[in-house]
Design a protein around this ligand. Structure first.
Ligand SMILES: [Mn+2]
Length: 314
């Protein structure tokens, strides 16, 4: 059975505390549990104080058969940050501008360049999502048609190559939207002349939405996710995006991270759970202990406080 872990973002000591709470122990070179497998939703890197240690801990668990991990948008971004643009050899697939540097600065500070290169090679091998025995795990959004598009380009068990990365980082190319949605979640353009400040103080023109529910009949205020009452209370418009239905209540439970939730962890629907409770912003590292149930149970969430303050400006 599986213990699913939300976004760690370099909070190594909180991760150790969560694993200990669940009865994992360090044997030989890795943490493990005699009867269970840990599953990480991605976003191991950026923002927190012990990023290389976190990646090393998870990688050793994976190599030892004690854990599985899927790719977060921060791992994807780290790969693109390190990969040169074939059309413009002095540039990178993720532009090295100040705003993006701000997101990566802790990872860049904490790794030597050779260690980071080695970590990024491992990130390329991470599956983009996991379909396990009875559960599904993805960083931000489970969307089968888009996953099929991604798989058609590169099977999920093969490392990402430069051709994939080029298509996935260029707006307008076929893979761009699919990778955006699966790793960063669905977003909608706000109505004209509205913008919202995000957690880093940038004004955003798009808002993250509750993709696991149908957009039909919803307003920006009540369909935004996490719910943002500053959004306009007018009906959402898909503006050219093809419609989606939300996550079917008949599908296996799906676990994801990404959304910086706060408050008491709880399922979002019978078969939907987000495990990101903002450890990188003074919140909690959250997990869910799954024992085969198809109806998720609030009492099965586990969480530990951030054991170290978030590192500022990261
Ligand atoms: Mn994320």
């Amino acid at each position: 059975m599986y213990d699913i872990v939300g976004d760690v973002h370099g909070h190594h000591d909180s991760l150790v505390a969560l694993l200990e709470q669940w009865g994992y122990a360090r044997r030989g070179d890795h943490w493990e549990h005699p009867g269970r497998t840990a599953v990480f939703v991605g976003d191991l890197v950026d923002r927190g104080p012990m990023i290389p240690e976190t990646v090393d801990l998870v990688r050793r668990m994976v190599d030892g058969g004690a854990a599985r991990v899927c790719m977060g948008n921060h791992e994807f971004n780290a790969i693109a940050w390190q990969t040169r643009d074939p059309d413009e050899p002095r540039a990178f697939l993720r532009p090295h501008d100040d705003r993006k540097l701000q997101q990566h600065v802790q990872t860049l500070r904490q790794y030597s360049s050779s260690e980071l290169h080695e970590a990024v090679e491992w990130f390329r091998t991470l599956p983009r999502w996991l379909e396990l025995d009875g559960i599904r795990v993805v960083h931000a959004c489970w969307d089968e048609p888009l996953m099929q598009e991604i798989e058609a380009f590169k099977p999920n068990d093969e490392p990402l190559d430069d051709a994939f990365l080029l298509d996935a980082t260029r707006e307008g190319r076929p893979l761009f939207d699919a990778v955006e949605v699966v790793l960063k979640g669905r977003e909608l353009w706000l109505p004209e002349r509205t913008g919202l400040p995000d957690k880093d103080g940038h004004v955003r023109r798009k808002v993250r939405v509750a993709w696991f529910e149908s957009p039909a009949g919803r307003s920006y205020a009540d369909y935004s996710f996490p719910p943002n009452p500053s959004c306009p209370s007018v009906p959402v418009e898909l503006r050219g995006q093809s419609a989606w239905e939300g996550y079917s209540p008949k599908s296996p439970p799906v676990f994801f991270g990404h959304y910086w939730l706060t408050g008491e962890p709880r399922p979002l629907a019978t078969n939907v759970a987000c495990l990101d409770y903002s450890v990188a912003k003074g919140g909690r590292l959250c997990g869910y202990r799954w024992d085969g149930e198809t109806s998720l149970d609030a009492s099965r969430f586990a969480s530990v406080a951030a054991t170290t303050a978030g590192v500022p400006a990261g």
